[in-house]
Design a binder for this molecule. Structure first.
Ligand SMILES: NC(=O)c1ccc[n+]([C@@H]2O[C@H](COP(=O)([O-])OP(=O)(O)OC[C@H]3O[C@@H](n4cnc5c(N)ncnc54)[C@H](OP(=O)(O)O)[C@@H]3O)[C@@H](O)[C@H]2O)c1
Length: 356
């Protein structure tokens, strides 16, 4: 069976390029998913045309469709679009997601879905009211590597009882030499490592220490430190401690000041541990499992050639095809839970944004 989904891409920037790469590679491979890119919503048409050219969105790779470039407002009104992928900085998501939903579009919105929980609640209310599918694009959750890792750890119990997780997302971003208008430094664009990359270590703790999501999530406590930069007033260094009610703990870190460890995830159990490796800790593609004596007992590598966005895109296609309004791997309540944790962490450390 073929599932066809007509996409608009809102924002012709960095992450939209990476997302589109996967849709087109999927189309080249002639899978059962037909991801048709119908429109590029963009601040100016020339930039949109450049995006189409640079990302090689040709009719041959896109079911005979050459996408149009449109203003955001034209995109919201375009009746040929099923779903909008929102790839703009976090502070814009709220307004843009609501505009899409109110104009009858389904939405896949980059992480973090909003700047705080309050805004995310409102988006999901609007989605429900309009009967539209809406999901925060936490792509990490959809990688086959995650499913396999959870099977090994929680069904086969290869590392015994799970006790502790270290998870990090850090990169040396030369922050002090970036302009204050950069997305990494500009508080009005909701900059800060917690919202931009710290969300991933938190996601790993949610994935690897709890088998449930959203409303069924197991209770946990958390404590944190953010180091707030005196010039741009946002965090470039964050550490979070988590303790689940069954005693499992996580130490989660993010930074834009220093590179992190090669094994950005280390999950420890009574009979061994897991290490995950990647050029980008959000991309869950490679892990190894070690026994108690340090002997490697299992290795998994995703050699699909995709960036990894295709897994969430196909999940969205399935859900929309089946008339679902939310995804069971990344339901609204899970977004709200994580946004709430990040609200708490910011409150604990005095980091506010205008949206609060
Ligand atoms: N899933 C992941 O692994 C991942 C990785 C990176 C980023 N992200 C998320 O994706 C989102 C976008 O990040 P990005 O790195 O792609 O950002 P980006 O390239 O800096 O910006 C993306 C687009 O947003 C619009 N934009 C950027 N700055 C703006 C400003 N100051 N005022 C108005 N519009 C502006 C522009 O849209 P036009 O093209 O219309 O001008 C731009 O092309 C963020 O929420 C981020 O957290 C996710």
């Amino acid at each position: 069976m073929t599932i066809t989904l007509n996409w608009a891409i809102l924002g012709a920037g960095n992450i939209s390029s990476q997302f589109v790469y996967d849709l087109l590679l999927n189309n080249d491979r002639e899978t059962e998913y037909h991801h048709v890119i119908k429109s590029i919503g963009c601040s100016n048409s020339e930039k949109g045309q450049e995006f189409i050219k640079n990302n090689k969105i040709t009719a041959e790779r896109n079911f005979d469709v050459t996408p149009v470039t449109q203003s955001y407002n034209e995109l919201y009104k375009n009746s040929e679009i099923d779903v909008v992928y929102i790839g703009t900085p976090h502070n814009f998501h709220f307004k843009q997601a609501i505009a899409c939903l109110e104009n009858g579009k389904h939405v896949l919105c980059e992480k973090p879905i909003t700047v705080n929980r309050k805004e995310a609640e409102k988006i999901f209310q609007v989605a429900k009211k309009n009967g539209r599918f809406c999901m925060e694009a936490v792509w990490t959750r959809f990688f086959p590597a995650i499913k396999e890792l959870k099977r090994k750890v929680y069904q086969e119990k290869v590392i015994g009882d799970v006790h502790r997780l270290f998870a990090d997302f850090s990169y040396e971003g030369d922050v002090e030499n970036l302009p204050l208008t950069s997305r990494v430094r500009d508080r009005s664009l909701a900059a800060g490592s917690l919202l931009d990359i710290g969300i991933y270590p938190i996601t790993y703790s949610r994935i690897l220490l709890d088998d449930y999501v959203g409303e069924k999530a197991t209770k946990f406590e958390h404590k944190s430190f953010l180091t707030i930069d005196k010039n741009d007033l946002v965090d470039h260094l964050a550490s979070i401690l988590i303790k689940y009610k069954d005693g499992k703990q996580a130490l989660l870190t993010s930074s834009e000041l220093v590179d992190g460890p090669k094994a950005y995830v280390r999950l420890e159990g009574s009979r061994g541990w897991v290490e995950m490796y990647s050029d980008n800790p959000a991309r869950a593609k490679h892990f190894k499992i070690f026994g108690k004596e340090g002997k490697e007992v299992y290795e998994y590598k995703d050699n699909s050639g995709y960036n990894g966005f295709i897994y969430e895109a196909n999940a969205v296609a399935n859900d929309i095809h089946n008339g679902k309004l939310e995804n069971e791997i990344m339901p609204h309540a899970e977004s709200l839970l994580v946004m709430g944790v990040m609200d708490d962490i910011r409150k604990e450390n005095g980091l506010t944004y205008d949206q609060d």
